[in-house]
Design a protein around this ligand. Sequence first.
Ligand SMILES: [Zn+2]
Length: 357
Amino acid sequence: MSHWKLKMAGRKLAAPTAVGAMAIGALGASAPAVHAQQAGAANTAPEREITNVTGELYRFRQIRHIGMFLVTPDGIIVVDPTNSALAGWLKDQLDERFGLPVRYVIYSHAHNDHASGGEVFADTATFIGHENMRKNLQRPPEDAPLLPREQLWDVNGDGLIQQDEIDIGMYSNNFARRDSDGNGGLNRAEIWAARFAGNQVPPDITYTNRATVRLGGKTVELHYTGRNHSDDMTVVLFPDERTIYTVDFLTPNRPPRTQLDGGYLPEWVESLRRVEALDFDIISPGHESPGTKAHVTEQREYLEELVAAVEAGIAAGRSKEELIEAILMEDYDHLIEYDYSRAGNVAGAYEILISSQ
Ligand SMILES: [Zn+2]
């Protein structure tokens, strides 16, 4: 074993089905559908569904994206409207089931696949998100310089990313669509658009470190735990329900997706440590199934070990390709999408760490 490859204590956590069985009462879904979703076979689950977490706290899902809502006597608090189709469906469901208006929409972060669709609630709701959402929703000028990591990709140094300079699916799939000006390369604004362009309603209220929303005798806390998958990420804590909602930077039983595009290392690890310090029992994620605090610890250990191994490899002068071969994270091969994301995680960590040196 090479010195940069850490020996890891193999500690596999039980699948989060215990939480699911204990706390997740299906409102519209059958148990087999929930299990199919856990296995990643979402095509056998209903396209959209609402499930109860505990008390008046619910998850709503479309395919693999999940938001939440909390019902109070004075109205409903929605977290992550996701997209217009799901938000429109949700509005009808809320009207039918509860007959109450949506008073607040809280955002986990600005990315277009979680924060879009809020316009259907705009007539009754106040929108809240982290202060960095405001700048993230501004399209950069077409001549904005590439970010440090993007400059690594720009092998020919022309300030644009050509198709053969990138192997991150978000950009390389549908490259022609991403290349909106059709000049054969992606500039900073076109790269930005892949994640941020959408129909997000900008937040009416932003916060810096922590915010509290009170409605109808219920309390919801917004916690900023630092930069991770993005620089505008909110952890939503429902204290009475002892539940947190986390998106993309923390998914129970699943590593971060592929090349950690747009992410921040090593701060991501510290961000997970701050989540571990919060007071909760259930973690209800924006993807996949609920889990427990033990899954937060597992995720932090995974990322901590990944970062340590990649940092050691960089210090030893190893290439990205060598590290992809060597850093196998085998003690985590039980995680969902391990085969899909492991090599990308190593490559992404390498690029983030080397471009921020
Ligand atoms: Zn995201």
